[in-house]
Design a protein around this ligand. Structure first.
Ligand code: ATP
Ligand code: MG
Length: 456
């Protein structure tokens, strides 16, 4: 039975002390829907055992405990969640007292991590998102961005600071029901992503929500509600103000989801790709040259296919593909100015990477591999003598070779060159020797003996 409750402050709350703002909010958003166990398809058997343990232990210690966020959303779709997030009215310190295997982390939000071997269950205390400007625990940037947000609250506070309605569903361990304050269950059934509250304000608070909209739309196959979609076109540039360190993980999740090509198309559509990869976007906008477009699309398609086949994918390969045209353009420019080819490419690679890491802080080991993949492309041209053997032994050979094949398939390198390397790898010793032998010089015509030569 669907229970619709008119709820007032404190019905679900255990921690708040009755301030006016809360009362106003509960009056304006006064309906909560509770879906009992028989009205939804989530069962404990689908959950991580450790998450269930955490929920029960908190409950036994007298606290409220819910699964919330992506795990509830994914379980409703029958997907296996990536991780399980727990929300509770216990403070991080109280959580730490309940679990020995627990650590408090985070500055922007303080959270408790409960460790079970390699699995971590994240336990977050209900947070309030009241915009009390003088609140010491909450700090807002002048452009509206939330910098720190550590105001603890009750479940009905916690709901409103979440991003999408489908991410604000709470699975209650007390009676296995799902609590829905924002209409998330209906949106979930309709396959719609809707931001909670005024979309433009929510994007200004945290522009990463624009990337999350794209990521979830692609991952879940949901559409983005019109009011949630519209402000993105205008607000996309706000992403430039996000610290580069925060964007790397978000970008990886986006492109290594198995639906990278769709994510790419959508990011381009909303003008978000430009804020993440400005140099690549610049090359993509060159109407005379279709190569980058075809090349990047093919790289993403291949990577999606590998993920579908359960094969490994590496972030550096895709990022190297995104920026290849920019590296080439710059290297050619440097060569026109008189730099020797290999120096020109080395310098171009450094310049492109240092400009890129201003937007997204790509870890050093990743940029190093991107660089290697680019620079090895020049060495494929050298097919005589010992050089091909040395290249074959290079730790980044395989990736660089795949990159060469991709270039050849999309018109950016000679197919004959790629085929030569395909053959060379599997060739027998004798055949390899033959392939790398210098071409025979044409026999010079026998000189006709001159009579009365000076040398005679
Ligand atoms: P997934 O784990 O599949 O990437 P998720 O929705 O669980 O998706 P998380 O980053 O794990 O994403 O966040 C957990 C929950 O925290 C979200 O479902 C949402 O309710 C809330 N949340 C996360 N990031 C934000 C944000 N930037 N703004 C508002 N709420 C957020
Ligand atoms: Mg999650």
């Amino acid at each position: 039975m669907k229970v619709i409750l008119n709820f007032f402050k404190k019905i679900f709350s255990a921690s708040d002390e009755g301030d006016v703002a809360d009362l106003e909010r509960s009056n304006s958003q006064s309906q909560v829907k509770v879906y009992s166990r028989s009205e939804h398809n989530i069962s404990r058997s689908q959950m991580s055992e450790n998450a269930v343990k955490v929920l029960y232990r908190l409950k036994k210690s007298g606290y409220e405990a819910y699964l919330v966020g992506g795990c509830v959303r994914d379980l409703l779709l029958g997907y296996e969640p990536k991780d399980f997030d727990v929300a509770t009215d216990a403070s991080p310190e109280q959580v730490k007292k309940v679990f020995r295997n627990c650590r408090i982390i985070g500055r922007r939000f303080r959270l408790a991590h409960v460790f079970f071997g390699r699995e971590i269950i994240e336990v977050a205390t209900f947070r309030s998102s009241d915009d009390a400007a003088d609140n010491k625990e909450q700090k807002v940037h002048e452009d509206g961005r939330l910098l720190r947000d550590n105001v603890f609250g009750s479940i009905e506070d916690d709901v409103w600071r979440r991003d999408f309605t489908v991410n604000a569903l709470y699975y209650n361990i007390r009676d296995f029901s799902i609590i829905d304050y924002t209409g998330g269950m209906d949106d979930h059934s309709a396959g719609v992503l809707k931001l909670i509250g005024d979309p433009a304000t929510r994007y200004r608070e945290d522009p990463v929500r624009m990337l999350r909209a794209v990521r979830f739309a692609v991952k879940l196959g949901f559409s983005i509600d019109e009011s949630t979609e519209k402000p993105i076109f205008e607000l996309a540039p706000l992403l430039k103000g996000i610290p580069a360190a925060r964007l790397y993980d978000e970008v990886l999740k986006m492109f290594l989801s198995g639906k990278g090509i769709q994510a790419f198309e959508m990011l381009r559509h909303y003008g978000l790709f430009e804020t993440l990869f400005p140099q690549a976007d610049h090359c993509l906008n060159n109407e005379q040259n279709n190569f980058p477009r075809v090349f990047i699309a093919k790289a993403l398609e291949n990577s999606d296919k590998r993920i579908a086949d359960d094969k490994s994918v590496t972030p550096y390969f895709l990022m190297a593909a995104f920026l290849w045209e920019a590296v080439q353009d710059l290297a050619k420019e440097k060569m026109r100015q008189g730099e020797e080819e290999s120096f020109a490419y080395q310098h171009a690679a450094s310049n492109v990477l240092s400009a890129q890491t201003k937007s997204i802080s790509i870890p050093k080991r990743v940029t190093q591999s991107m660089r290697e993949v680019w620079l090895l492309q020049l060495r494929f041209e050298k097919r005589i003598g010992g050089r091909p053997y040395r290249l074959l032994g290079h730790p980044r050979f395989r990736a660089a070779y795949d990159f060469l094949v991709l270039r050849a398939e999309t018109g950016g390198a000679e197919m004959e060159l790629a085929q030569w390397w395909t053959k060379f790898q599997d060739a027998s010793d004798t055949e390899q020797k033959k392939m790398t032998r210098p071409p025979r010089k044409r026999k010079a015509k026998p000189k006709t003996k001159r009579k009365n030569s000076d040398n005679d």
